[in-house]
Design a protein around this ligand. Structure first.
Ligand SMILES: CC(=O)SCCNC(=O)CCNC(=O)[C@H](O)C(C)(C)COP(=O)(O)OP(=O)(O)OC[C@H]1O[C@@H](n2cnc3c(N)ncnc32)[C@H](O)[C@@H]1OP(=O)(O)O
Length: 173
């Protein structure tokens, strides 16, 4: 059981001014090959996908993003909680918020690629087989320049990024 620290931590939409703090949170995880490294410009371009968790002093203690793949399908990505705040329910409230965002956008399935299998199982995700889209949608997705889409499709060029990760899926409705 985690200790629920709401309302000391609140989740809100990210602002452009959060990008340096998001990068600082993510960078050690990139070094450990847990998360995919991205240039600053990619974080700014994706800022509308991000939710951040902040403590009562306004310190950014967690982040997570929702990326849309297709009409029904999206991905939870770049989920990270500061070491000092782990195990206190922050990851869960971030994922809850991203799932609400997904529902508002009309998505019904969320994918993630992760080493944190027990955490995502607690949120209702299950390990899933490779092919999660039909061949017609695959043929469209393969045109995307996004690295996460390439990982979802398990393309050869991104295999080094995905080694040891588990592919997981949740049906939202
Ligand atoms: C899709 C992606 O972005 S994959 C990358 C995921 N991120 C990372 O791996 C970065 C490093 N890890 C982290 O930042 C954090 O550990 C996170 C985001 C995975 C989890 O965040 P936390 O705030 O620590 O998790 P939180 O406290 O909300 O835990 C929620 C539940 O999951 C459980 N849980 C969390 N981590 C684990 C674990 N490693 N093993 C078992 N259970 C776990 C908790 O016990 C809790 O259970 P409860 O519902 O019974 O209370």
């Amino acid at each position: 059981m985690t200790t629920d620290i709401r309302p000391a931590v609140t989740v809100r939409r990210a602002r452009t001014s959060d990008v340096p703090a998001i990068q600082a949170l993510v960078e050690p995880l990139v070094q450990r090959r847990i998360l995919l490294g991205k240039d600053a410009v990619v974080f700014y371009e994706a800022v509308q996908e991000f939710r951040v968790a902040e403590d009562a002093d306004g310190r950014l203690v967690g982040c997570g993003a929702l990326h849309v793949f297709w009409e029904d399908l999206g991905e939870v990505r770049t989920l990270a909680v500061h070491d000092d705040f782990r195990g206190r329910g922050v990851g869960r409230i971030l994922v809850d918020r991203l799932e609400q965002d997904a529902l508002e956008l009309g998505l019904s399935r969320l994918f993630c690629l992760t080493f944190e299998v027990p955490f995502f199982e607690r949120q209702g995700y299950t390990a899933s087989p490779l092919s999660l889209v039909d061949p017609e949608v695959y043929a469209e997705l393969v045109r995307s320049p996004d690295e996460g889409v390439a990982e979802f499709l398990d393309l050869a060029r991104v295999k080094p990024n995905t080694l040891g990760n588990t592919r997981m899926l949740k049906h939202l409705r």
